[in-house]
Ligand binder design. Structure first.
Ligand code: M6R
Length: 620
């Protein structure tokens, strides 16, 4: 949600900022803007729409070359996606420019205060208030080193809500200053140059050396004096250094039309990377990075899995596996609801938060609530060094590599695999499974990369099918047991990418109402459990296919190889390799990802950046 880039150094800041914005555009694409300092003046250009619009304006009216600059790509919250509301926001006196990610919750009162002092606002954003307040604080701060940083600390103490603010001043051509509370910000350290970014993608082409910023901290970057980090009151803080473990090539499209296609294709490798080093030679699990003692893990008597969107669907599937393997009760909660309903949590509760980006505000707030209630928090996360794993008691990284497309694909499959690892690890530590039972599942996990590769190799008929579904008004998804969350995930993918109405149902619920919407020709996609699944769920789902078909549905059936029972009732049959029931979502989800992607492409839509969305949702 909003991409932020800052640069100080010998290169032309205009190029570095634009390149960073290109890599961060997935975070928001309602508008974009850039500001540089040259010859004692701040110059800025901003434009509604995608980055390409800004680039066009810059080609016609270039900014002056500069060694310091800031850039922003926006996902609108306060004020529509217009030129005026785009960032940077320059103060009324032209002394400072500011970019912002987050929401300043007390902006209305602060705006009224500025207006009472005669400031005329030029936008409807909450951000503009920060520009005017910063200019006033800057004017009140004595000249000298650290002036802009001091002004930033003064205003940060007054702001409520979540914010990353980055500012530059007309009279300080070698300085950048930023403040961080709850919204993401990382520093890149190069050779005589520094970068700021919402995430490391902003500067990965230049350096892999990064510094983590904590809550309520202000960073000042001066080309000559280097990096200084303090809290909001000026006390010095030593930022944690780390090296980013992926390179620029990983964030490129690599010959694919869309990042999403590339990320779908990367799934076998991503799963292998999630498993890497975690499956021991004796068939046991080795999760050293779960920094909870065996005793703490044995004491757990209840688990909450908390997440949003696709990650929530991973959590729903995790419930089936973790309860089955550990016999610990598991509840799955939408992060945006969790803390508002006052859940019962204590020291023996484990809260597993799942987030690809590690920055989702709803999930972060749920995590903080859980910690306030003394629960243990384990994060399953992809983005190294992001806020959610940093604030958790333990973390299991998925190591899927950068996920750039807004629609999560490899993020989801690797979250599933990480959830299986957590469930199995708990079962191992608590001794509720015999060693050979654990090692049998470990063998099944080892086979997943190959199984996903097999599904991917057989996707041509799915692409053809997608072309025939591109004009559908509505598509329904049915599943049962772990197939139910897969149905929800299939529907979510289709909605967000193709803007087609789609709903996922638990197949058994169909007869309680939803079957009324099935009409002549309605496409219904059914995720069929294995015939080896428990208590004849398979037979019941096969009956559900017949029920919708009898009412005119066009049935699209996803079933494992060798399942002949579905053949008479499938208008289209998509085969997936035989996989143990609890792990089956890893293979059955893949055709649904491909289907949604291809339908969107056929409809001429932007697959990587669907309308109204952003990759990382950093507001509540
Ligand atoms: O980064 P997170 O995993 O916390 O993101 C959660 C959701 O916002 C995310 O999964 C969203 O639903 C995706 N766009 C779905 O494809």
């Amino acid at each position: 949600m909003c991409g932020i880039v800052g640069y100080v150094g010998p290169q032309d800041a205009r190029d570095v900022i634009l390149e960073g914005l290109r890599r961060l555009e997935y975070r928001g694409y309602d508008s974009a803007g850039i500001a540089v300092v040259a010859d004692g003046l701040l110059s800025s250009v901003k434009k509604a729409g995608k980055l390409a619009n800004l680039e066009k304006v810059l080609a016609e009216h270039p900014l002056p070359a500069a060694t310091v600059g800031i850039g922003h790509t926006r996902w609108a919250t306060h004020g529509g996606p217009t030129d005026r509301n785009a960032h940077p926001h320059v103060s009324a006196d032209g002394s400072v420019a500011v970019i912002h990610n987050g929401i300043i919750e007390n902006f209305a009162a602060l705006r009224a205060e500025c207006e009472a002092q005669g400031v005329e606002f030029r936008s409807e954003t909450d951000t503009e208030v920060a520009a005017h307040l910063l200019a006033a604080a800057y004017a009140d701060t004595p000249e000298g080193p650290g002036r802009l940083a001091e002004a930033m600390r003064v205003i940060s103490r007054r702001l409520e809500g979540a914010f990353t603010l980055v500012a530059t001043a007309a009279t300080e051509p070698d300085t950048l200053v930023a403040a961080r509370r709850s919204s993401p910000l990382v520093v890149g350290v190069g050779d005589g140059e520094y970068f700021l970014g919402s995430d490391v993608a902003a500067f990965i082409a230049h350096t892999r050396e990064a510094r983590e910023l904590g809550q309520d901290q202000v960073v000042e970057i001066d080309r000559h004096r280097g990096l200084t980090v303090t809290d909001f009151f000026g006390a010095a803080v030593e930022p944690k250094a780390y090296t980013v473990d992926w390179d620029a090539a990983a964030a490129e499209k690599g010959g694919y039309d869309w990042f999403m296609l590339k990320e779908i294709a990367e799934q076998p490798q991503a799963i292998a990377d999630t498993l890497l080093g975690r499956l021991g030679s004796q068939g046991e699990l080795v999760l050293d990075e779960v920094r909870l003692s065996d005793q703490e893990l044995r004491d757990i008597d209840k688990i909450f899995v908390v997440a949003c969107g696709t990650a929530f669907h991973a959590g729903m599937i995790a419930k089936y596996a973790i309860e089955h393997w550990t016999r610990i009760p598991v509840e799955v909660e939408l992060a945006s609801e969790f803390r508002y309903r006052d859940p019962v949590l204590d020291r023996s509760t484990l809260v597993v938060v799942i987030s690809q980006s590690g920055e989702t505000m709803d999930t972060l707030m749920a995590l903080r609530h859980a910690k306030d209630q003394k629960a243990r928090v384990l994060a399953i996360c992809n983005a190294n060094g992001s806020t959610i794993p940093r604030e958790s008691d333990a973390v299991l990284y998925t190591h899927a590599g950068p996920e750039v497309a807004v629609a999560s694909t490899k993020g989801f499959l690797t979250q599933l695999v990480a959830c299986y690892l957590v469930g199995l690890f708990l079962a191992q530590v608590r001794g509720v499974k015999y060693e050979d039972e654990v090692s049998a599942v470990v063998d099944d996990l080892r086979r997943l990369p190959e199984a996903v590769a097999e599904v991917l190799a057989a996707m041509e008929p799915v692409r053809e099918l997608a072309r025939s579904l591109a004009d559908a008004d509505t598509i329904l998804f049915l599943g049962r047991h772990v197939g139910y969350p897969v149905a929800l995930e299939g529907a979510l993918k289709l909605k967000e990418l193709a803007y087609i109405h789609a709903e996922g149902f638990a197949a058994g619920e169909l007869k309680h109402g939803p079957i009324a919407v099935v009409d002549q020709g309605t496409p219904v996609i059914v995720i069929v459990p294995s015939p080896r699944s428990r208590e004849s769920v398979h037979g019941k789902v096969v009956s559900n296919i017949q029920e919708v078909r009898a009412r005119g549905a066009r049935t699209i059936v996803i079933a494992e190889e060798g399942d002949e029972d579905v053949v008479p009732y499938a208008d289209h049959l998509i085969r997936v390799p035989r996989t143990p029931t609890l792990l089956a979502p890893v293979v059955t989800t893949v055709p649904l990802q491909v289907l949604a992607c291809e339908i969107a492409a056929t409809r001429g839509l932007d697959v990587d950046q669907p309308r109204n969305l952003a990759k990382s949702v950093t507001v509540e």
